[in-house]
Design a protein. Structure first.
Length: 141
């Protein structure tokens, strides 16, 4: 694939604590997506989500690598919207994606999903882990 010069290249980082509805938001409200990916995607084997902390760093890297691969060979449609929906509680978690956006000339947008509907994590993330995510969540305005 070859990117059409003059088209729009966007990297959209969707942030929020576990259970906030990041994936649902992406599926229901963002259109024209070239790639939609989350680190959680790599924990799904045969349709079953199985979290194993031992693979967390590897799967985060696979997510980053997938985004870079898409950026290297974007759509011929004249646009390329890449959406990554992870917790991204701190700037350091977003930094590899921000670096890729700069390298490949992508606009960057961040969207924070608040858990105002008080839903539970579909992945069974313990409440104390979600509280820890809230406590370390950084917002830069």
């Amino acid at each position: 694939m070859t990117y059409i010069e003059g088209g729009t290249k966007n990297l959209i980082l969707v942030r929020g604590v576990s259970g906030s509805g990041k994936t649902t938001f992406v599926e229901e409200f963002i259109e024209n997506i070239s790639l939609s990916i989350a680190t959680d995607d790599f924990f799904v084997l045969d349709g079953i989500y199985t979290f194993d902390r031992n693979y967390l760093a590897e799967y985060h890297q696979r997510c980053i690598d997938s985004v870079e691969s898409e950026m290297e060979t974007p759509s011929t449609e004249g646009w390329c919207n890449i959406v990554v929906h992870n917790t991204f509680t701190g700037q350091w978690e977003m930094q590899p994606y921000l670096d890729l956006a700069e390298k490949y000339g992508y606009n960057v947008y961040t969207i924070i999903i608040e858990n105002r509907h008080k839903s539970e994590s579909i992945h069974g993330v313990p409440k104390d882990a979600i509280k820890a995510q809230r406590d370390r969540f950084e917002v830069v305005l």
